[in-house]
Design a protein around this ligand. Structure first.
Ligand code: 7PM
Length: 274
């Protein structure tokens, strides 16, 4: 798949490092600016094997307050510009807002990662006009209330059908199928069992014939099952990354890039021996 001038092969799983640029994620009172810290963290993630850096300026945490659009732009654009000029990677913008998509792509982002699957106002036409790849994620409900009572007759079937429809809508809006990725949206309006059903059947999503993203890193499906706080979920996250990879995930969206890349290299070796 082509991302600007960079071609990325999905014959083996690729890593997307998460870079949050919400105000408190980089303020430790030290001598480096938040901008420098964000760029240094991106640099380290790329050294450790990340091909994508996913930049998010709005917390999509269940129950989170929405961020004003201009504030979101002020947070992400300087970081995108500096990474785009200094680091060899594909910058992904984690946003649902049309204006943020535009400003981010103008600044150098080459993938739009939208947890709302381009359903917000003007997002679809905006993404189509920008002519960069888009990642469509499934979510049941809205971020604020999605974990209140997740409900499906068949989570795998319903997520699959939703993503199939969104691919069709995007193609009808002028987005090339070769520029679409999909993501079942672990933790977004799903119970513990829903999340593990999606993981168990992750291989079914390859029948949609577009690359797939799996984002389980440090999520509550790990914390709840294992009774682990957020800082103690590395082993669980690596297990989930390996299982999704083994079921064909194209991109792993993770916080712990170096450890995840070790896991991917082990699987790649096994898959490549005679
Ligand atoms: C709290 C809860 C904070 C959840 C942050 C999150 C995904 C994503 C996010 C995903 C894609 C996180 C999430 N998750 N984009 N953005 N897929 N494509 O864990 O699973 O970072 S936000």
């Amino acid at each position: 798949m082509q991302f600007g001038h960079k071609h990325v092969f999905f014959d083996t799983p690729q890593i997307m490092g998460v870079l949050n640029v919400t105000p408190d994620s980089f303020s430790d009172g030290g001598q480096f600016s938040n901008l420098d810290k964000a760029v240094k963290q991106a640099e380290l993630m790329v050294e450790h094997g990340a091909v994508f850096i996913d930049i998010g300026g709005e917390s999509t945490r269940p129950g989170a307050q929405p961020v004003a659009v201009l504030e979101e732009i002020e947070r992400v654009v300087p970081v995108i510009q500096k990474i785009a000029t200094n680091i060899d990677c594909v910058i992904s913008i984690d946003t649902s807002k049309a204006l943020v998509m535009k400003e981010a792509v103008n600044a150098g982002a080459r993938l739009i990662n939208d947890v709302c699957a381009l359903q917000q106002e003007d997002a679809l036409s905006s993404a189509a006009a920008l002519n960069v790849p888009v990642a469509l994620m499934h979510m049941q409900g809205a971020p604020r209330s999605m974990q209140d009572a997740p409900d499906y007759a068949s989570v795998v079937g319903e997520v699959y059908d939703f993503l199939a429809k969104r691919i069709d809508v995007c193609v009808d809006a002028g987005i090339k199928q070769s520029n679409i990725l999909i993501d079942p949206g672990f933790g977004f309006g799903k119970t513990l069992d829903h999340n593990f059903q999606l993981l168990k059947h992750f291989d079914k999503f390859k029948h949609l014939h577009v690359p797939t993203i799996a984002g389980m890193s440090r999520k509550s499906m790990i914390g709840k099952l294992l009774d682990r706080d957020i800082d103690d979920r590395l082993a669980g996250s690596l297990a989930c990354a390996l299982l999704a990879s083994n079921k064909g995930a194209s991109i792993l969206r993770v916080h712990d890039v170096q450890a995840t890349y070790d896991v991917v290299r082990i699987l790649n070796k096994m898959n490549s021996v005679e």
